[in-house]
Ligand binder design. Sequence first.
Ligand SMILES: [Zn+2]
Length: 332
Amino acid sequence: MSTNANDSVSVGTATAKPGEMVRGAIPGLDMAGGVKVEIPVIVINGADAGPTFWVNAAIHGDEPEGPLACALASKRIDPSKLRGAVVLVPCVNPMAFSAAERGNPLDTFAYDMNRIYPGKPDGYFTDRLAHAHWQAMKDVADMEISIHSGGAHSFLDKAIFVDERPESVELAKAMGEGWGCIMSNFTKTGSPMAAMNSVGKVGITVELGGRSYTSPERFRYVGEELAKSIVNICYHYDMLDGQATYPSDATIGQQEALLAPSSGIFLPEEGVDFLKMMKKGDTIARIINVFGDEVGVLRAPADGMFFGLRALPNVNQGDWCCFFNKVEGPRE
Ligand SMILES: [Zn+2]
């Protein structure tokens, strides 16, 4: 909810008075061995009134870009200058993050935490953790971004999923310059974003990073870009003084995951690149076998752009190899 100038903001064990930044955790569950699983939070409560902006990261444990972005952003948001509140949840799924896996390897029944919101108090382990997270977030947050990446299997360039309401598109554009690949959400239920939108609030899913962007320089770049966007959102909603930037070339589109037409080595065509418009039928990549013979061609299914590619070029027939945005037109 929007804060008043004199309100404290509480999330789990963290209560921040106006002008304070406080760390704490949303209590979760106990493991058989006595280990307590809790969700770390950073609550930044501004000295003055304003909206509450909530950032979720690492709901998929093989996506460390969001936690880095939260760490960087927390150093750049001065609570004495903030209007409203920023809540950073750097690691929504701590068991998965500790295992560097998409989901918690100890919970195969509710493995993908991004498909089970708002969770269940009496469900599988991860259902219960999602429920605790949702209970902490649902009344506090006005707007939410979930940070994702290509994880262990791919690299995704700057891409956003929205539910197409004006407030959702506004939040997407507030991610700033370079974030023009804005698509309609493909998971209509089960994600934190979907749960937020179902109660009349606003949540979006943003993607940047993944396995082929983990060299020191590239990983830092990804964290920087995401941290800049968190601060840019604060500028846009007048929570911090500063000049927001916006994408100059935002488009409307739908995601399609393209599957490998044959098995072999996936070789993107020279000159094609992330977030560059292509025509329907243009060659994205050729697949060669281990003898070097061409055994398949992957073509653009529509006018649009790819925003994600698999990190390892060896593919089997039917493996997804490319995330494509079928662009329908410019966004006003
Ligand atoms: Zn993810």
